[in-house]
Design a protein around this ligand. Sequence first.
Ligand code: FMN
Length: 351
Amino acid sequence: MTVFSSLKIRGITLKNRLVVSPMCMYSSEDGFANDWHLVHLGSRAVGGAGLIFTEATAVEPRGRISPLDLGIWKDEHIEGLKRIVDFCHSFGAKVGIQLAHAGRKAEDYAPWEREKKKLKGSKHAIAPSPIPYGKDWLVPKEMKQEDIQEVQKAFVNAAKRAVDAGFDVIEIHSAHGYLLHEFLSPISNKRTDNYGDSLENRERFLIEVVRSVRKAIPDSMPLFVRLSCVDYVEGGWTLEDSIHLARALKEEGCDVIDCSSGGIVEEEKVNAYAGFQVPYAERIKKEVGIKTMSVGLITTYEQAEEIIGNSRADLVAIAREFLRDPYLPMRWAKSKGLKPEVPRQYIRAWL
Ligand SMILES: Cc1cc2nc3c(=O)[nH]c(=O)nc-3n(C[C@H](O)[C@H](O)[C@H](O)COP(=O)(O)O)c2cc1C
């Protein structure tokens, strides 16, 4: 098996194992996709990626990481997203949407504006507990049971719109310190109701979201969940917790665990090195028997090949290296003497 082997998940077949990881572009107004998103995601389809994820796409306006994020909280958002999906499909790529809610990490300013402001966060932010993300961050509103129901409904409605837009895959963002991760981690969840305290209670909200989204989308559509597999904070979420959760998610019809890490507090120390998150994907895959996607500082063909060839993960997601080179899959294939799949417009440069 190689990074260029196809992979069938439920009703879809990815032409290779190379995935464009979700990346915020801070280029949207009122959640709408525009020409930037078409050119950015479309270029990676031209470049040969097997699966391309949108950035964290907000299920409700107060769930945006910044006011410039993509959104899918109203029907009007569907058309712009569909244009991108259709274009990517014409180059043989599958397209996934990452459905997200930023929770206490929602912000009222773009990252470059926020640097100039004193306050960080959003006055509309909600979270499992009224604990700010870090120093100088606004205190989020503690969610009531009605808020939990409302956000769950927002995920379901967003998923239905994603189906209407023609997406092939849905990923629920439950990593990097955003809302669903905030419920999982004992660092940010101090609730005393049935959504807090014990591990099962902290897992409840994500499991309910996954269960209700699964019911709302076709059986043939793969469902991914991105997890921060560890918190890097004493008393935080652990890899053992992730394994426990992955077992439950598999039962609920989740197909792939996308294994990232960190993000729950502003002051965290991460020792990041090439492939540092691969062991998380490997352990979850082996112990739970579920497909995994590995991400994080994967930049070379040899690294990706080692991960896939040794069955340490089923997919490799790449973020920054895809920003440096949208034609990464074509370049890697050519460098290995394989015949890259090249759009006819570019054949004279590649064959
Ligand atoms: C510009 C940028 C934006 C990002 N936005 C998101 C996002 O919207 N959702 C997400 O889950 N991760 C996001 N990430 C994290 C990436 O998906 C990826 O997990 C991380 O960059 C590690 O992969 P890499 O070493 O290949 O860059 C972002 C990363 C970058 C560089």
